[in-house]
Unconditional design. Structure first.
Length: 590
Protein backbone atom coordinates (compact mmCIF):
# COMPACT_ATOMS: atom_id res chain seq x y z
CA UNK A 1 0.00 0.00 0.00
CA UNK A 2 1.15 3.55 -0.64
CA UNK A 3 1.66 5.08 2.76
CA UNK A 4 -0.60 8.08 2.19
CA UNK A 5 -3.55 6.11 0.80
CA UNK A 6 -4.40 3.96 3.82
CA UNK A 7 -7.53 4.56 5.89
CA UNK A 8 -7.88 2.52 9.07
CA UNK A 9 -10.08 2.09 12.12
CA UNK A 10 -8.45 4.13 14.84
CA UNK A 11 -10.01 2.10 17.66
CA UNK A 12 -8.27 -1.05 16.41
CA UNK A 13 -4.88 0.71 16.50
CA UNK A 14 -5.46 2.06 19.98
CA UNK A 15 -6.80 -1.24 21.31
CA UNK A 16 -3.76 -3.17 20.07
CA UNK A 17 -1.10 -0.52 20.69
CA UNK A 18 -0.22 -0.37 17.00
CA UNK A 19 2.46 2.25 16.33
CA UNK A 20 5.36 2.62 13.93
CA UNK A 21 8.55 0.76 14.79
CA UNK A 22 11.00 3.50 13.83
CA UNK A 23 13.91 1.08 13.67
CA UNK A 24 12.56 0.07 10.26
CA UNK A 25 13.05 3.66 9.03
CA UNK A 26 12.05 3.80 5.32
CA UNK A 27 9.97 0.60 5.66
CA UNK A 28 8.20 1.41 8.92
CA UNK A 29 4.83 1.52 7.18
CA UNK A 30 5.40 -1.87 5.51
CA UNK A 31 6.30 -3.40 8.87
CA UNK A 32 3.28 -1.79 10.53
CA UNK A 33 0.86 -3.22 7.95
CA UNK A 34 2.11 -6.76 8.68
CA UNK A 35 1.17 -6.33 12.33
CA UNK A 36 -2.17 -4.73 11.46
CA UNK A 37 -3.09 -7.58 9.13
CA UNK A 38 -2.33 -10.14 11.83
CA UNK A 39 -5.59 -9.11 13.51
CA UNK A 40 -7.66 -7.25 10.93
CA UNK A 41 -8.97 -7.52 7.40
CA UNK A 42 -8.03 -5.14 4.59
CA UNK A 43 -9.25 -4.44 1.10
CA UNK A 44 -8.22 -2.29 -1.84
CA UNK A 45 -10.30 0.43 -3.49
CA UNK A 46 -9.55 0.15 -7.21
CA UNK A 47 -10.39 3.75 -8.08
CA UNK A 48 -7.43 6.14 -8.35
CA UNK A 49 -7.97 8.60 -5.50
CA UNK A 50 -4.52 10.05 -4.81
CA UNK A 51 -2.19 11.99 -7.09
CA UNK A 52 1.33 10.87 -6.12
CA UNK A 53 4.17 13.17 -7.18
CA UNK A 54 7.49 11.61 -8.27
CA UNK A 55 10.66 13.65 -7.84
CA UNK A 56 14.44 12.97 -7.60
CA UNK A 57 14.70 13.86 -3.89
CA UNK A 58 12.08 11.49 -2.51
CA UNK A 59 13.32 8.89 -0.03
CA UNK A 60 12.46 5.90 -2.21
CA UNK A 61 15.03 7.14 -4.73
CA UNK A 62 17.70 8.58 -2.42
CA UNK A 63 17.68 5.60 -0.06
CA UNK A 64 16.43 2.80 -2.31
CA UNK A 65 19.02 0.26 -1.11
CA UNK A 66 18.20 0.87 2.55
CA UNK A 67 14.47 0.61 1.84
CA UNK A 68 14.98 -2.69 -0.01
CA UNK A 69 17.06 -4.17 2.82
CA UNK A 70 14.58 -3.12 5.50
CA UNK A 71 11.70 -4.46 3.40
CA UNK A 72 13.61 -7.75 3.05
CA UNK A 73 13.84 -8.03 6.84
CA UNK A 74 10.07 -7.56 7.19
CA UNK A 75 9.29 -10.03 4.40
CA UNK A 76 11.64 -12.74 5.71
CA UNK A 77 10.01 -12.49 9.12
CA UNK A 78 6.58 -13.03 7.55
CA UNK A 79 7.85 -15.93 5.41
CA UNK A 80 9.39 -17.63 8.44
CA UNK A 81 6.12 -17.30 10.35
CA UNK A 82 4.10 -18.70 7.42
CA UNK A 83 6.27 -21.54 6.01
CA UNK A 84 7.81 -23.20 9.05
CA UNK A 85 9.34 -26.05 7.01
CA UNK A 86 11.43 -23.81 4.77
CA UNK A 87 15.13 -23.56 5.62
CA UNK A 88 16.68 -20.16 6.12
CA UNK A 89 18.37 -20.42 2.71
CA UNK A 90 15.08 -21.36 1.00
CA UNK A 91 13.25 -18.51 2.72
CA UNK A 92 15.83 -16.16 1.22
CA UNK A 93 15.39 -17.79 -2.20
CA UNK A 94 11.60 -17.57 -1.97
CA UNK A 95 11.85 -13.85 -1.20
CA UNK A 96 14.30 -13.15 -4.01
CA UNK A 97 12.23 -15.23 -6.45
CA UNK A 98 8.93 -13.57 -5.54
CA UNK A 99 10.29 -10.00 -5.38
CA UNK A 100 12.03 -10.50 -8.74
CA UNK A 101 15.48 -9.97 -7.27
CA UNK A 102 18.54 -11.18 -9.11
CA UNK A 103 19.02 -14.97 -9.23
CA UNK A 104 21.66 -17.12 -10.88
CA UNK A 105 20.33 -19.49 -13.54
CA UNK A 106 21.05 -22.52 -11.32
CA UNK A 107 18.98 -20.93 -8.54
CA UNK A 108 15.80 -20.45 -10.61
CA UNK A 109 14.26 -23.89 -10.15
CA UNK A 110 15.17 -24.15 -6.47
CA UNK A 111 13.78 -20.65 -5.97
CA UNK A 112 10.56 -21.68 -7.75
CA UNK A 113 10.20 -24.71 -5.47
CA UNK A 114 10.68 -22.59 -2.35
CA UNK A 115 8.25 -19.99 -3.68
CA UNK A 116 5.55 -22.59 -4.40
CA UNK A 117 6.11 -24.18 -0.97
CA UNK A 118 5.52 -20.76 0.57
CA UNK A 119 2.30 -20.43 -1.44
CA UNK A 120 1.20 -23.91 -0.31
CA UNK A 121 1.83 -23.04 3.33
CA UNK A 122 -0.04 -19.75 2.98
CA UNK A 123 -2.98 -21.46 1.25
CA UNK A 124 -3.12 -24.17 3.93
CA UNK A 125 -3.28 -21.74 6.83
CA UNK A 126 -7.07 -22.01 6.88
CA UNK A 127 -7.47 -18.26 7.10
CA UNK A 128 -8.69 -17.76 3.54
CA UNK A 129 -11.27 -19.51 1.39
CA UNK A 130 -10.65 -20.91 -2.08
CA UNK A 131 -12.27 -17.92 -3.77
CA UNK A 132 -10.05 -15.49 -1.84
CA UNK A 133 -6.93 -17.50 -2.71
CA UNK A 134 -7.60 -17.56 -6.45
CA UNK A 135 -6.05 -14.12 -7.16
CA UNK A 136 -3.04 -15.09 -5.03
CA UNK A 137 -2.45 -18.19 -7.17
CA UNK A 138 -2.72 -16.07 -10.31
CA UNK A 139 -0.08 -13.67 -8.98
CA UNK A 140 2.17 -16.63 -8.19
CA UNK A 141 1.62 -18.11 -11.65
CA UNK A 142 2.57 -14.81 -13.34
CA UNK A 143 5.69 -14.57 -11.19
CA UNK A 144 6.85 -18.10 -12.07
CA UNK A 145 6.10 -17.46 -15.77
CA UNK A 146 8.18 -14.26 -15.72
CA UNK A 147 11.07 -16.15 -14.13
CA UNK A 148 10.77 -18.85 -16.81
CA UNK A 149 11.78 -16.23 -19.34
CA UNK A 150 15.27 -16.21 -17.77
CA UNK A 151 15.72 -19.97 -18.07
CA UNK A 152 16.60 -22.08 -21.10
CA UNK A 153 15.62 -25.46 -22.52
CA UNK A 154 14.17 -28.04 -20.16
CA UNK A 155 14.41 -25.75 -17.14
CA UNK A 156 12.27 -23.18 -18.89
CA UNK A 157 9.66 -25.81 -19.81
CA UNK A 158 9.54 -27.06 -16.20
CA UNK A 159 9.00 -23.56 -14.86
CA UNK A 160 6.22 -22.90 -17.38
CA UNK A 161 4.55 -26.16 -16.35
CA UNK A 162 4.70 -24.98 -12.73
CA UNK A 163 3.08 -21.70 -13.73
CA UNK A 164 0.27 -23.46 -15.63
CA UNK A 165 -0.31 -25.84 -12.73
CA UNK A 166 -0.97 -22.79 -10.57
CA UNK A 167 -3.24 -21.14 -13.17
CA UNK A 168 -4.31 -23.23 -16.21
CA UNK A 169 -5.87 -20.11 -17.80
CA UNK A 170 -2.68 -18.09 -17.32
CA UNK A 171 -2.51 -16.65 -20.86
CA UNK A 172 -6.11 -15.42 -20.71
CA UNK A 173 -5.69 -13.91 -17.25
CA UNK A 174 -2.46 -12.15 -18.27
CA UNK A 175 -4.21 -10.63 -21.30
CA UNK A 176 -7.16 -9.51 -19.17
CA UNK A 177 -4.83 -8.02 -16.56
CA UNK A 178 -2.86 -6.10 -19.16
CA UNK A 179 -6.05 -4.66 -20.63
CA UNK A 180 -7.38 -3.75 -17.18
CA UNK A 181 -4.09 -2.17 -16.09
CA UNK A 182 -3.89 -0.24 -19.35
CA UNK A 183 -7.44 1.06 -18.84
CA UNK A 184 -6.84 2.01 -15.21
CA UNK A 185 -3.52 3.55 -16.19
CA UNK A 186 -5.19 5.71 -18.82
CA UNK A 187 -7.86 6.79 -16.37
CA UNK A 188 -5.28 7.60 -13.71
CA UNK A 189 -3.15 9.47 -16.22
CA UNK A 190 -6.16 11.49 -17.30
CA UNK A 191 -6.96 12.38 -13.70
CA UNK A 192 -3.35 13.36 -13.03
CA UNK A 193 -3.19 15.39 -16.24
CA UNK A 194 -6.34 17.28 -15.34
CA UNK A 195 -5.13 17.79 -11.78
CA UNK A 196 -2.02 19.50 -13.11
CA UNK A 197 -3.86 21.34 -15.88
CA UNK A 198 -6.49 22.70 -13.51
CA UNK A 199 -4.10 23.55 -10.68
CA UNK A 200 -4.80 27.11 -9.72
CA UNK A 201 -7.99 27.30 -11.82
CA UNK A 202 -11.42 27.89 -10.34
CA UNK A 203 -13.36 24.75 -9.53
CA UNK A 204 -16.48 26.19 -11.16
CA UNK A 205 -14.89 26.58 -14.62
CA UNK A 206 -17.03 24.80 -17.24
CA UNK A 207 -15.96 21.31 -18.21
CA UNK A 208 -14.69 21.10 -21.78
CA UNK A 209 -16.75 18.30 -23.29
CA UNK A 210 -16.72 16.96 -26.85
CA UNK A 211 -19.55 14.86 -28.30
CA UNK A 212 -18.79 12.79 -31.42
CA UNK A 213 -21.88 11.74 -33.40
CA UNK A 214 -22.43 10.22 -36.86
CA UNK A 215 -24.64 12.99 -38.28
CA UNK A 216 -26.80 15.96 -37.25
CA UNK A 217 -30.44 14.98 -36.76
CA UNK A 218 -33.29 17.35 -35.96
CA UNK A 219 -34.52 15.46 -32.92
CA UNK A 220 -31.11 15.35 -31.22
CA UNK A 221 -30.15 18.90 -32.20
CA UNK A 222 -32.68 20.44 -29.83
CA UNK A 223 -31.21 18.60 -26.86
CA UNK A 224 -27.65 19.54 -27.84
CA UNK A 225 -28.68 23.19 -28.23
CA UNK A 226 -29.94 23.15 -24.65
CA UNK A 227 -26.84 21.36 -23.39
CA UNK A 228 -24.69 24.05 -24.99
CA UNK A 229 -26.51 26.62 -22.85
CA UNK A 230 -25.60 24.90 -19.59
CA UNK A 231 -23.01 26.96 -17.68
CA UNK A 232 -21.33 23.79 -16.39
CA UNK A 233 -20.27 22.77 -19.92
CA UNK A 234 -18.08 24.12 -22.69
CA UNK A 235 -19.54 21.92 -25.43
CA UNK A 236 -18.22 21.04 -28.90
CA UNK A 237 -20.12 18.57 -31.09
CA UNK A 238 -18.22 16.80 -33.87
CA UNK A 239 -20.28 15.18 -36.65
CA UNK A 240 -18.69 12.47 -38.79
CA UNK A 241 -20.62 13.61 -41.88
CA UNK A 242 -23.60 15.60 -43.01
CA UNK A 243 -25.43 12.25 -43.42
CA UNK A 244 -24.56 8.57 -42.97
CA UNK A 245 -28.01 7.05 -43.57
CA UNK A 246 -28.55 8.00 -47.23
CA UNK A 247 -30.69 10.94 -46.18
CA UNK A 248 -30.07 14.61 -45.64
CA UNK A 249 -31.65 16.57 -42.82
CA UNK A 250 -32.17 20.29 -43.06
CA UNK A 251 -30.95 21.14 -39.57
CA UNK A 252 -30.06 24.49 -38.05
CA UNK A 253 -27.47 24.03 -35.32
CA UNK A 254 -27.64 26.22 -32.23
CA UNK A 255 -24.49 24.75 -30.69
CA UNK A 256 -20.79 24.82 -31.53
CA UNK A 257 -20.33 22.11 -34.15
CA UNK A 258 -17.70 20.71 -36.49
CA UNK A 259 -19.14 19.00 -39.58
CA UNK A 260 -16.62 16.64 -41.16
CA UNK A 261 -16.84 15.42 -44.73
CA UNK A 262 -14.85 12.23 -45.09
CA UNK A 263 -14.45 10.12 -48.21
CA UNK A 264 -17.10 7.38 -48.46
CA UNK A 265 -16.09 3.73 -48.58
CA UNK A 266 -17.90 1.99 -51.49
CA UNK A 267 -20.18 -0.82 -50.37
CA UNK A 268 -19.94 0.03 -46.67
CA UNK A 269 -23.67 0.73 -46.32
CA UNK A 270 -24.52 -2.81 -47.46
CA UNK A 271 -22.41 -4.26 -44.66
CA UNK A 272 -22.94 -1.74 -41.85
CA UNK A 273 -26.47 -0.40 -42.61
CA UNK A 274 -24.90 3.06 -42.86
CA UNK A 275 -22.11 4.86 -44.70
CA UNK A 276 -18.55 4.71 -43.39
CA UNK A 277 -17.00 8.10 -44.18
CA UNK A 278 -13.26 8.30 -43.51
CA UNK A 279 -13.57 11.41 -41.37
CA UNK A 280 -9.88 11.88 -40.59
CA UNK A 281 -10.56 15.48 -39.58
CA UNK A 282 -11.85 14.14 -36.27
CA UNK A 283 -8.29 14.15 -34.90
CA UNK A 284 -7.86 17.87 -35.52
CA UNK A 285 -11.36 18.62 -34.23
CA UNK A 286 -10.60 16.85 -30.95
CA UNK A 287 -7.21 18.49 -30.64
CA UNK A 288 -8.78 21.93 -31.15
CA UNK A 289 -11.56 21.22 -28.63
CA UNK A 290 -9.06 20.12 -25.91
CA UNK A 291 -11.76 18.07 -24.17
CA UNK A 292 -11.61 16.93 -20.58
CA UNK A 293 -14.31 14.35 -21.35
CA UNK A 294 -15.48 12.89 -24.67
CA UNK A 295 -18.90 11.37 -25.31
CA UNK A 296 -18.69 9.13 -28.39
CA UNK A 297 -21.59 7.45 -30.16
CA UNK A 298 -21.07 3.76 -30.83
CA UNK A 299 -18.15 1.96 -32.42
CA UNK A 300 -19.14 1.30 -36.05
CA UNK A 301 -18.13 4.57 -37.75
CA UNK A 302 -14.58 5.62 -38.52
CA UNK A 303 -15.08 8.77 -36.47
CA UNK A 304 -16.11 6.81 -33.36
CA UNK A 305 -13.26 4.33 -33.74
CA UNK A 306 -10.74 7.11 -34.28
CA UNK A 307 -12.12 9.03 -31.29
CA UNK A 308 -11.78 6.07 -28.96
CA UNK A 309 -8.20 5.50 -30.15
CA UNK A 310 -7.43 9.20 -29.66
CA UNK A 311 -8.85 9.21 -26.14
CA UNK A 312 -6.84 6.14 -25.19
CA UNK A 313 -3.68 7.63 -26.69
CA UNK A 314 -4.06 10.93 -24.83
CA UNK A 315 -5.49 9.62 -21.56
CA UNK A 316 -8.83 11.41 -21.98
CA UNK A 317 -11.78 9.60 -20.37
CA UNK A 318 -14.64 8.80 -22.70
CA UNK A 319 -18.29 8.00 -22.13
CA UNK A 320 -19.71 5.55 -24.66
CA UNK A 321 -23.18 6.26 -26.09
CA UNK A 322 -24.73 2.90 -27.02
CA UNK A 323 -27.78 2.89 -29.28
CA UNK A 324 -27.68 -0.76 -30.41
CA UNK A 325 -28.99 -3.83 -28.61
CA UNK A 326 -28.87 -7.60 -28.90
CA UNK A 327 -32.49 -8.27 -29.96
CA UNK A 328 -32.13 -8.06 -33.74
CA UNK A 329 -30.79 -10.94 -35.84
CA UNK A 330 -27.26 -10.58 -37.19
CA UNK A 331 -25.20 -12.63 -39.61
CA UNK A 332 -22.54 -14.74 -37.94
CA UNK A 333 -19.70 -12.57 -39.19
CA UNK A 334 -21.29 -9.44 -37.65
CA UNK A 335 -21.68 -11.19 -34.30
CA UNK A 336 -18.05 -12.36 -34.46
CA UNK A 337 -16.72 -8.88 -35.28
CA UNK A 338 -18.84 -7.26 -32.61
CA UNK A 339 -17.81 -9.87 -30.07
CA UNK A 340 -14.14 -9.16 -30.79
CA UNK A 341 -14.30 -5.36 -30.84
CA UNK A 342 -17.01 -4.31 -28.40
CA UNK A 343 -15.58 -5.64 -25.09
CA UNK A 344 -12.44 -3.53 -25.51
CA UNK A 345 -14.44 -0.43 -26.46
CA UNK A 346 -16.84 -0.83 -23.53
CA UNK A 347 -14.09 -1.82 -21.12
CA UNK A 348 -12.16 1.36 -21.90
CA UNK A 349 -15.14 3.61 -21.28
CA UNK A 350 -15.36 5.36 -17.92
CA UNK A 351 -19.15 5.27 -18.08
CA UNK A 352 -21.83 4.26 -20.61
CA UNK A 353 -24.91 6.06 -21.89
CA UNK A 354 -27.74 3.92 -23.29
CA UNK A 355 -30.93 5.10 -24.98
CA UNK A 356 -33.31 2.77 -23.18
CA UNK A 357 -34.07 -0.58 -21.58
CA UNK A 358 -32.65 -2.80 -24.33
CA UNK A 359 -29.36 -0.92 -24.27
CA UNK A 360 -29.13 -1.34 -20.50
CA UNK A 361 -29.96 -5.03 -20.93
CA UNK A 362 -27.19 -5.37 -23.54
CA UNK A 363 -24.60 -3.75 -21.25
CA UNK A 364 -25.63 -5.97 -18.34
CA UNK A 365 -25.17 -9.04 -20.55
CA UNK A 366 -21.66 -7.82 -21.36
CA UNK A 367 -20.78 -7.56 -17.70
CA UNK A 368 -20.86 -3.77 -17.35
CA UNK A 369 -21.37 -2.56 -13.79
CA UNK A 370 -24.93 -1.13 -13.64
CA UNK A 371 -23.53 1.84 -11.71
CA UNK A 372 -21.61 2.82 -14.85
CA UNK A 373 -24.75 2.87 -17.06
CA UNK A 374 -27.13 5.84 -17.41
CA UNK A 375 -30.01 6.56 -19.80
CA UNK A 376 -29.72 9.47 -22.22
CA UNK A 377 -32.74 9.08 -24.46
CA UNK A 378 -33.07 9.26 -28.22
CA UNK A 379 -36.03 11.57 -28.11
CA UNK A 380 -37.70 14.76 -29.28
CA UNK A 381 -38.94 17.89 -27.59
CA UNK A 382 -42.04 16.06 -26.34
CA UNK A 383 -43.77 19.12 -24.91
CA UNK A 384 -43.29 21.16 -28.07
CA UNK A 385 -44.49 18.39 -30.38
CA UNK A 386 -47.53 17.67 -28.21
CA UNK A 387 -48.39 21.35 -28.20
CA UNK A 388 -48.07 21.59 -32.00
CA UNK A 389 -50.30 18.54 -32.48
CA UNK A 390 -52.90 20.08 -30.19
CA UNK A 391 -52.79 23.34 -32.12
CA UNK A 392 -53.22 21.46 -35.43
CA UNK A 393 -56.27 19.52 -34.22
CA UNK A 394 -58.64 22.19 -35.57
CA UNK A 395 -57.11 21.68 -39.04
CA UNK A 396 -57.19 17.89 -38.90
CA UNK A 397 -60.09 17.41 -41.31
CA UNK A 398 -58.61 19.86 -43.81
CA UNK A 399 -55.18 18.19 -43.64
CA UNK A 400 -56.77 14.78 -44.14
CA UNK A 401 -58.72 16.08 -47.09
CA UNK A 402 -55.51 17.35 -48.72
CA UNK A 403 -54.21 13.77 -48.93
CA UNK A 404 -57.51 12.24 -50.01
CA UNK A 405 -58.87 10.92 -46.72
CA UNK A 406 -62.58 10.90 -45.99
CA UNK A 407 -64.28 11.51 -42.66
CA UNK A 408 -64.84 7.77 -42.01
CA UNK A 409 -61.44 6.56 -43.17
CA UNK A 410 -59.11 5.09 -40.54
CA UNK A 411 -55.53 6.07 -41.34
CA UNK A 412 -52.61 3.82 -40.31
CA UNK A 413 -49.39 5.81 -40.48
CA UNK A 414 -45.77 4.69 -40.62
CA UNK A 415 -42.95 7.23 -40.76
CA UNK A 416 -39.83 5.46 -41.97
CA UNK A 417 -37.27 5.19 -44.69
CA UNK A 418 -38.75 3.00 -47.44
CA UNK A 419 -36.18 0.25 -47.03
CA UNK A 420 -36.38 -3.53 -46.41
CA UNK A 421 -35.31 -3.37 -42.76
CA UNK A 422 -38.35 -1.22 -41.89
CA UNK A 423 -40.76 -4.13 -42.49
CA UNK A 424 -43.17 -2.00 -44.52
CA UNK A 425 -44.07 -4.96 -46.75
CA UNK A 426 -45.29 -6.71 -43.58
CA UNK A 427 -47.32 -3.62 -42.73
CA UNK A 428 -48.99 -3.67 -46.16
CA UNK A 429 -49.94 -7.32 -45.59
CA UNK A 430 -51.13 -6.52 -42.06
CA UNK A 431 -53.55 -3.86 -43.36
CA UNK A 432 -54.82 -6.41 -45.87
CA UNK A 433 -55.22 -8.98 -43.06
CA UNK A 434 -57.19 -6.45 -40.97
CA UNK A 435 -59.84 -6.63 -43.71
CA UNK A 436 -61.55 -3.32 -43.00
CA UNK A 437 -62.49 -1.24 -46.05
CA UNK A 438 -62.12 1.99 -44.09
CA UNK A 439 -58.36 1.43 -43.60
CA UNK A 440 -55.87 3.59 -45.50
CA UNK A 441 -52.13 3.07 -45.17
CA UNK A 442 -50.02 6.25 -45.06
CA UNK A 443 -46.28 5.94 -45.64
CA UNK A 444 -44.18 9.02 -44.93
CA UNK A 445 -40.63 8.62 -46.16
CA UNK A 446 -38.46 7.99 -49.17
CA UNK A 447 -36.19 5.16 -50.20
CA UNK A 448 -35.51 2.28 -52.61
CA UNK A 449 -38.65 0.28 -51.73
CA UNK A 450 -41.13 2.90 -52.93
CA UNK A 451 -42.17 1.24 -56.19
CA UNK A 452 -42.18 -2.28 -54.77
CA UNK A 453 -44.43 -1.26 -51.88
CA UNK A 454 -46.82 0.55 -54.22
CA UNK A 455 -46.98 -2.55 -56.43
CA UNK A 456 -47.59 -4.85 -53.44
CA UNK A 457 -50.39 -2.65 -52.11
CA UNK A 458 -52.04 -2.54 -55.53
CA UNK A 459 -51.85 -6.32 -55.88
CA UNK A 460 -53.37 -6.90 -52.41
CA UNK A 461 -56.03 -4.22 -52.76
CA UNK A 462 -54.66 -2.03 -49.94
CA UNK A 463 -55.41 1.68 -50.15
CA UNK A 464 -51.94 3.27 -49.98
CA UNK A 465 -50.95 6.93 -49.88
CA UNK A 466 -47.24 7.72 -50.28
CA UNK A 467 -46.93 11.06 -48.56
CA UNK A 468 -44.56 13.72 -49.91
CA UNK A 469 -41.70 14.90 -47.70
CA UNK A 470 -42.27 17.87 -45.42
CA UNK A 471 -39.66 19.84 -43.46
CA UNK A 472 -39.08 18.30 -40.06
CA UNK A 473 -40.36 21.50 -38.44
CA UNK A 474 -43.80 20.52 -39.81
CA UNK A 475 -43.58 16.83 -38.87
CA UNK A 476 -46.58 17.12 -36.52
CA UNK A 477 -48.77 17.52 -39.62
CA UNK A 478 -48.03 13.94 -40.58
CA UNK A 479 -49.16 12.55 -37.23
CA UNK A 480 -52.36 14.56 -36.70
CA UNK A 481 -53.95 13.09 -39.85
CA UNK A 482 -53.47 9.53 -38.56
CA UNK A 483 -55.58 7.33 -36.30
CA UNK A 484 -53.00 4.60 -35.60
CA UNK A 485 -49.21 4.56 -35.77
CA UNK A 486 -47.41 1.36 -36.80
CA UNK A 487 -43.70 0.52 -37.03
CA UNK A 488 -42.95 -3.12 -37.81
CA UNK A 489 -39.21 -2.85 -38.36
CA UNK A 490 -36.92 -5.85 -38.64
CA UNK A 491 -34.01 -3.75 -37.35
CA UNK A 492 -34.65 -0.66 -35.24
CA UNK A 493 -32.27 -0.03 -32.31
CA UNK A 494 -34.63 2.68 -31.05
CA UNK A 495 -37.01 4.49 -33.47
CA UNK A 496 -37.48 8.16 -32.59
CA UNK A 497 -40.63 8.22 -34.72
CA UNK A 498 -42.26 6.26 -31.88
CA UNK A 499 -41.54 9.19 -29.53
CA UNK A 500 -43.05 11.55 -32.11
CA UNK A 501 -46.19 9.45 -32.59
CA UNK A 502 -46.69 9.05 -28.84
CA UNK A 503 -46.20 12.79 -28.24
CA UNK A 504 -48.91 13.43 -30.87
CA UNK A 505 -51.29 11.13 -29.02
CA UNK A 506 -51.47 8.06 -31.30
CA UNK A 507 -52.00 4.42 -30.28
CA UNK A 508 -49.04 2.24 -31.27
CA UNK A 509 -48.56 -1.09 -33.06
CA UNK A 510 -44.87 -2.03 -32.90
CA UNK A 511 -42.77 -5.07 -33.73
CA UNK A 512 -40.60 -6.63 -31.05
CA UNK A 513 -37.49 -5.47 -32.93
CA UNK A 514 -38.26 -1.80 -32.25
CA UNK A 515 -36.08 -0.72 -29.32
CA UNK A 516 -38.45 2.04 -28.23
CA UNK A 517 -41.22 -0.50 -27.72
CA UNK A 518 -39.65 -1.65 -24.45
CA UNK A 519 -39.93 1.80 -22.91
CA UNK A 520 -42.72 3.62 -24.74
CA UNK A 521 -45.23 0.81 -25.31
CA UNK A 522 -47.24 -0.78 -22.52
CA UNK A 523 -48.95 -3.65 -24.28
CA UNK A 524 -52.71 -3.29 -23.90
CA UNK A 525 -52.51 0.20 -22.41
CA UNK A 526 -51.32 2.36 -25.31
CA UNK A 527 -50.97 -0.18 -28.08
CA UNK A 528 -49.90 -3.68 -29.05
CA UNK A 529 -46.50 -5.39 -29.38
CA UNK A 530 -46.31 -8.01 -32.15
CA UNK A 531 -43.66 -10.45 -33.31
CA UNK A 532 -41.51 -9.28 -36.21
CA UNK A 533 -42.90 -10.23 -39.65
CA UNK A 534 -46.17 -11.48 -38.13
CA UNK A 535 -48.63 -9.76 -40.47
CA UNK A 536 -51.57 -11.66 -38.97
CA UNK A 537 -50.95 -10.43 -35.42
CA UNK A 538 -50.34 -6.89 -36.61
CA UNK A 539 -53.50 -7.03 -38.70
CA UNK A 540 -55.55 -8.17 -35.72
CA UNK A 541 -54.20 -5.28 -33.61
CA UNK A 542 -54.99 -2.76 -36.37
CA UNK A 543 -58.47 -4.23 -36.86
CA UNK A 544 -59.24 -3.93 -33.14
CA UNK A 545 -58.17 -0.28 -33.07
CA UNK A 546 -60.00 0.55 -36.30
CA UNK A 547 -63.23 -0.82 -34.91
CA UNK A 548 -63.31 1.27 -31.74
CA UNK A 549 -62.71 5.07 -31.83
CA UNK A 550 -63.00 5.31 -28.04
CA UNK A 551 -60.28 2.71 -27.58
CA UNK A 552 -58.05 4.57 -30.03
CA UNK A 553 -58.55 7.81 -28.10
CA UNK A 554 -57.84 6.17 -24.72
CA UNK A 555 -54.70 4.49 -25.95
CA UNK A 556 -53.52 7.65 -27.67
CA UNK A 557 -53.93 9.56 -24.41
CA UNK A 558 -51.93 6.84 -22.64
CA UNK A 559 -49.15 7.19 -25.24
CA UNK A 560 -48.88 10.88 -24.51
CA UNK A 561 -48.78 10.23 -20.77
CA UNK A 562 -46.04 7.58 -21.08
CA UNK A 563 -43.80 9.61 -23.39
CA UNK A 564 -44.03 12.67 -21.14
CA UNK A 565 -41.23 11.14 -19.03
CA UNK A 566 -39.03 10.89 -22.13
CA UNK A 567 -38.57 14.54 -22.95
CA UNK A 568 -35.29 16.40 -23.10
CA UNK A 569 -34.90 17.53 -19.50
CA UNK A 570 -34.24 14.19 -17.70
CA UNK A 571 -31.58 13.27 -20.27
CA UNK A 572 -29.95 16.70 -20.12
CA UNK A 573 -29.66 16.48 -16.34
CA UNK A 574 -28.21 12.96 -16.58
CA UNK A 575 -25.74 14.01 -19.27
CA UNK A 576 -24.44 16.96 -17.23
CA UNK A 577 -24.22 14.95 -14.02
CA UNK A 578 -22.21 12.13 -15.64
CA UNK A 579 -19.85 14.44 -17.54
CA UNK A 580 -19.10 16.41 -14.37
CA UNK A 581 -18.50 13.19 -12.46
CA UNK A 582 -16.17 11.77 -15.12
CA UNK A 583 -14.28 15.08 -15.19
CA UNK A 584 -13.83 14.87 -11.42
CA UNK A 585 -15.96 17.96 -10.78
CA UNK A 586 -18.56 16.32 -8.58
CA UNK A 587 -18.97 13.49 -6.12
CA UNK A 588 -19.28 9.85 -7.06
CA UNK A 589 -22.58 8.03 -6.85
CA UNK A 590 -23.68 7.49 -3.25
Amino acid sequence: FFHNTVVFERAHFERNGLRYDESFEESEDYELWTRVLAGAEADVVAAPLVAYRLHPDQASKRRAELQRELGRRVALGQIAATALELSEADRELAWRFGFLQELAKDELERGARAYVELLTAFSGSGRYGRHELEPVRRIAARTVARRAGLARGAARARLLRRALALDPALALHVAERRARRARIGRQAEAIATETLRDAGSRGDDPVRAAVVLPEPTPYRTGMLDRLAERPELDLTVVYAAHAVQQRAWGVELGHRAVLLDGRRVPGASRLLRHDYPLSTGVFRALRDARPEVVVVSGWSTFASQATIAWCRRHGIPYVLLVESNERDARPGWRRAVKGAVVPTVIGGATEVFVVGTLGRESMRARGVDPERVSVVANTVDVERLAREAEELSDRRDALRGEIGLGRDDVAVLSVARLAPEKGLDTLVRAVRAADDPRLVLLLAGSGPERERLASLADRLGVRLVLLPDVPWARIAERYVVADVFALLSRHEPWGVVVNEAAACGLPLVLSDRVGAAYDLLEDGRNGVLVAVDDAGAAGAAIRELAADPARRAARGAASREIVREWGYEPSIETFVRVVLRVAGRSGRRP
